[in-house]
Design a protein around this ligand. Structure first.
Ligand code: SAM
Ligand code: SF4
Length: 437
């Protein structure tokens, strides 16, 4: 009998891609991937623990499954970083959870689901990362490709090294094979994924470094190559030069700064200072005047003073990011930060976050306005709820496109409108699979 599995994901692109891996493993084992929770026989929550709020959201969704369980038999599995950190304790804490799996345990899922039909069960398998990707991708245009798993940096606020283990680089030939397969399947873009892509290859001797990998990926025939996340301590001039030399490597750098204050960066164990951060962004823009730099930052880290925060605001002024993912600090279990007093009051964190977001909205709007009247290349990625086609510019800006075209095409548009989060304009030229860059 058909078993329908519904998968819900929280967190970063790595989690989204892990869910694509889960969907692939389950589809190969004969399960049907279901898009609606209320029609599923098995519900899987792939949960994030990076921030407390993300964790709470997962628990907030359990009620929806409890509702379904009242009507018919439904199994609930919780995994990802959340499963890895809490393990067995999740079964004790939430009576409606039937099985728990870890941050890289998706290969074991078919067996685990079968066991969970008989009794509640936890399996935290050893990380598997050397094998070929099992991903069943949501997008048919842009394919995420893992290049490293885990992280060995131990930033003091971050749970990732505990939830995902040490940094492991995937073998270069597997990555290249995967990209070539995506090209053959008609994908136009790949997004290389890792917590710190710049450290690719430093854990083994047979892979070369990230600059070498990026060059090789860009020469597979794929139209566009992106990568994320870049760590300022490991970002090198060599990588920036590859971005300049290889015409299909996109001019976008997600370079997480976290703070503009040296003392906060030290307390976070980030291992760079603001001058270094500013120097890399300057070098990047000198080499690529059209480079779009985006970032992550945290407000209210333990001990962050008003002056520290002003240094962050000053960094925002200097760098003029295209977009900023900002969050209030929340202590995470196991991290060194959790031992520090979480001494910035909630109201101060809130006010600082609002200042960052508000200033950033203005900067993004001002930056986007420079594009009015310009012709830019867009890769169309999907159709928005209002029926409009959207895509991304080379530099990662979201673009709403008016005109006749399909998803997965490179088109040229003239920018006519802007907001803080997107550009919009009419299509001038369509060039299917043309390599227009
Ligand atoms: N590896 C990436 C890097 O080093 O920039 C970041 C990965 S982390 C999963 C994503 C973002 O979550 C971080 O850049 C940070 O801004 C945020 N984050 C991580 N731990 C946090 C915490 N305890 N409180 C608030 N934000 C946090
Ligand atoms: Fe977390 Fe730091 Fe690793 Fe990023 S580099 S995943 S913030 S420990």
């Amino acid at each position: 009998m058909e078993t329908r599995v519904y998968i819900e994901t929280w967190g970063c692109q790595m989690n989204l891609h892990q869910s694509e891996g889960i969907a692939g493993v389950l589809a190969s084992a004969g399960y049907t991937i279901e898009e609606n929770l209320d029609r599923a026989d098995v519900v899987i929550f792939n949960g994030c623990m990076v921030r407390q709020k993300a964790e709470e959201k997962v628990f907030g969704r359990v009620g929806a499954v409890v509702e379904e369980k009242r009507k018919r038999p439904v199994l609930l599995g919780v995994g990802g970083c959340l499963g890895q950190i809490h393990g067995e304790a999740l079964l004790k804490r939430v009576a409606s959870i039937d099985f728990v799996f870890g941050s890289s345990g998706h290969k074991a899922l078919p067996g685990l689901i079968e066991r969970a039909r008989k009794q509640r069960v936890t399996e935290l398998s050893e990380p598997v990362f050397d094998t070929e990707s099992t991903a069943r991708r949501k997008s048919q245009v842009s394919g995420m490709v893992t290049i490293t798993e885990g992280c060995s940096n131990f930033c003091t606020y971050c749970i990732v090294p505990y939830a995902r283990g040490p940094m492991r680089s995937r073998p270069r030939d597997l990555i290249l094979k995967e990209v070539e397969r995506l090209c053959g399947d008609g994908y136009r873009e790949v997004l290389l994924l890792g917590q710190n892509v710049n450290s690719y290859g430093t854990d083994r001797t047979d892979n070369g470094d990230f600059a070498g990998l990026l060059t090789a990926v860009s020469r597979t025939g794929i139209s566009r190559v992106r990568f994320t996340t870049s760590h300022p301590k490991d970002m090198s001039e060599t990588v920036l030069r590859v971005m300049v030399q290889e015409p299909n490597v996109c001019h976008h750098l997600h370079l997480a700064c976290q703070s503009g204050s040296d003392s906060v960066l030290r307390a976070m164990n980030r291992r760079y200072d603001r001058d270094h951060y500013i120097a890399i962004t300057k070098m990047g823009r000198d080499l690529m005047p059209d480079l779009n730099i985006t970032t992550d930052l945290i407000v209210g880290f333990p001990g962050e003073t008003d002056d520290d925060f002003e240094r962050t605001m000053d960094l925002i002024e200097r760098v003029r990011f295209g977009s900023v993912f900002a969050a209030k600090y929340s202590p995470r279990p196991m991290t060194r930060g959790a031992d520090l007093p979480d001494n910035v009051p909630a109201s101060v964190k809130e006010a600082r976050l609002e200042r960052v977001l508000s200033r950033q909205r203005t900067i993004a709007l001002e930056e986007n306005r420079h594009f009015i009247g310009c012709e830019i290349e867009v890769l169309t990625e999907g159709v928005a709820k209002n029926g409009e086609l959207y895509g991304r510019a080379d530099d990662h800006r979201t673009v709403m496109c008016q005109g006749d075209t399909d998803v997965g095409e490179l088109v040229t548009i003239r920018v006519e409108g802007t907001s803080a989060s997107s550009l919009s304009g009419g299509i001038l030229v369509r060039e299917k699979h043309g390599g227009m860059k």
